[in-house]
Design a protein around this ligand. Structure first.
Ligand SMILES: C[S@@+](CC[C@H](N)C(=O)[O-])C[C@H]1O[C@@H](n2cnc3c(N)ncnc32)[C@H](O)[C@@H]1O
Length: 468
């Protein structure tokens, strides 16, 4: 790329309008420079000489061919249709083929319709997707509608989804007319002592802006004993379905889990490891959560259980046991047709401004955070973890939910960041721990009305009566 430093945008602009100069320049350049020039080519009007770009279509480098097609498409010249069709059908590179179909679409001309319809049966889903895009420009045409409807049976999920939405009007949208930034006032800073499954029955659809939770670790800790792993997964599935129902359109669910180990019963048996995040993921997708990101929470090695004692001595393969210093934060969004911008536009400009994540923030999906140890609860969230999730995935004044609240760290973090919380926890000792903690911090709450309310399930039902 030596030459790329010597040639600047102005020079490229000059050469762009001087076919001969461009042809002779391109003749003896290395691939890097040609790619650089093609990427910086900018606008091209109809009337531009196509020849230098057409010459590059014979280049061995697929990126060069692809960029040449991309630039030819900018000219908007229907006489290039046959060239684009040839490359769409025959090029060995999937990227060049995709770019060629995109170029056909960009012509926005009825003459392209037969070629685009043919490309709907291409083997490469990316090519089909581009052909759909090109045809949607003419979506009032009944023949095109008919051809596109056939793709409802297509094996590719993204194609089925686009066709469902565009042709059949399938929508994941909200059925709720309530305002997106509001929620039922009786949920505000309310902590309910009881079983989350029972409690959620009394929470209206689409009340919650963000859920962040760490569910029980199967039978790895002393609380929550399940008869089987299957029963445990069924329980979580039921809770997460309810969370989906009570979550507002297009909002987030962040789940903290990790594989766990159930120790062996004796030296004659092996211990068993359960890959909880991987088993939960398909259940979440099936119930309508869209996978967004995986964040790895990394703890210092000295803070986790040491599993290396044996291997350190014997060093025999197969007996290797790494210390588990990571947990997962799986980030999901309630599936919707609406873009994130729609969610943001539900708030006033002032609220969006107040919620901005200013200053330093974590730019990677690996979060190094020390664990927190608590005298009452054996598995509490570090508050820094809660602060990050709340800041990145909610707005000021939102309602943040933790169904498995434990010592209530998420509630405290929400109040610190001018959000509200709704917590459920079934063990009285942990509810009492929360009481102690939140009552000590009443300065976090701006008014009497905002102060935390501790209720049992019966009192909670009473709060909701006539309001659902
Ligand atoms: C891993 S801990 C969560 C700790 C919490 N993140 C914190 O910062 O303290 C899981 C919690 O879920 C609670 N729990 C288990 N089953 C429950 C249920 N059915 N309803 C409500 N809470 C439940 C347990 O008592 C436990 O406190």
């Amino acid at each position: 790329m030596v030459l790329s430093k010597q040639i600047n945008k102005d020079q490229i602009d000059i050469m762009k309008n001087d076919t001969e100069a461009l042809l002779s320049f391109l003749e003896d350049q290395n691939d890097g420079t040609v790619i650089y020039v093609l990427e910086k080519f900018g606008r091209l009007e109809n009337g531009y000489s196509k020849q230098p770009l057409l010459n590059l279509l014979n280049n061995k480098n697929e990126t060069i061919r692809s960029l040449a097609i991309k630039n030819l498409a900018k000219i908007g010249d229907v006489s290039l249709l046959d060239t684009f069709v040839n490359f769409a059908k025959q090029d060995e590179s999937t990227e060049v083929r995709r770019e060629s179909v995109s170029a056909i679409g960009r012509l926005r001309n009825e003459k392209t319709i037969p070629a685009l319809i043919k490309l709907l049966s291409d083997k490469d889903p990316k090519v089909v997707m581009q052909a759909i895009r090109g045809l949607l420009v003419f979506s009032n045409n009944n023949q095109i509608k008919k051809e596109l409807s056939k793709l409802l049976e297509h094996p590719n999920e993204l194609i089925k989804e686009v066709i469902g939405k565009e042709i059949n009007g399938v929508s994941y949208g909200s059925k709720n007319n309530g305002k997106h930034d509001e929620f039922p006032v009786y949920l505000k800073n309310t902590i309910v002592h009881g079983d989350v499954i029972e409690i959620l029955k009394y929470v209206p659809d689409e009340s919650i802006h963000l859920t962040f939770t760490s569910p029980p670790y199967y039978n790895a800790r002393d609380y929550s004993i399940y008869q089987s792993y299957n029963e445990y997964l069924k329980f979580l599935e039921e809770v997460f379905k309810e969370i989906h129902r009570v979550t507002k359109e297009g909002r987030f669910f962040v789940l903290n889990t990790s594989p766990i180990i159930i120790p062996r019963i004796s030296r004659a048996h092996a211990s068993k490891r359960y890959p909880i995040p991987y088993d939960i993921h398909p259940l979440l997708v099936k119930m309508g959560w869209e996978f967004i990101d995986d964040i790895i929470w990394v703890k210092p090695e000295a803070s986790v259980k040491n599993r290396n004692a044996g291997f350190l001595q014997h060093r025999k393969p197969l007996g290797y046991k790494p210390n588990a210093i990571s947990e997962m934060l799986m980030v999901y969004r309630k599936k919707t047709d609406k873009l994130l911008d729609w969610n943001i536009h539900q708030y006033s400009l002032e609220k969006v401004k107040k919620s901005k994540v200013l200053g330093k923030y974590e730019t990677t999906n690996v979060w190094h955070i020390d664990p927190t140890f608590d005298r009452v609860h054996s598995a509490v969230f570090p508050i820094e973890l809660c602060h990050r999730v709340i800041k990145y995935y909610s707005f000021v004044d939102d309602l943040i939910f933790d169904p498995f609240a434990g010592s209530g760290t998420l509630g405290r973090a929400a109040a610190n960041l001018y959000r509200h919380f709704f917590l459920t926890e079934k063990e009285l000792k942990y509810v009492n721990r929360m009481k102690e903690d939140l009552i000590k911090n009443t300065n976090l709450f701006s008014s009497k009305e905002a102060e935390p309310k501790f209720v049992d399930i019966n009192n909670f039902i009473a709060l909701t009566i006539g309001k659902i």
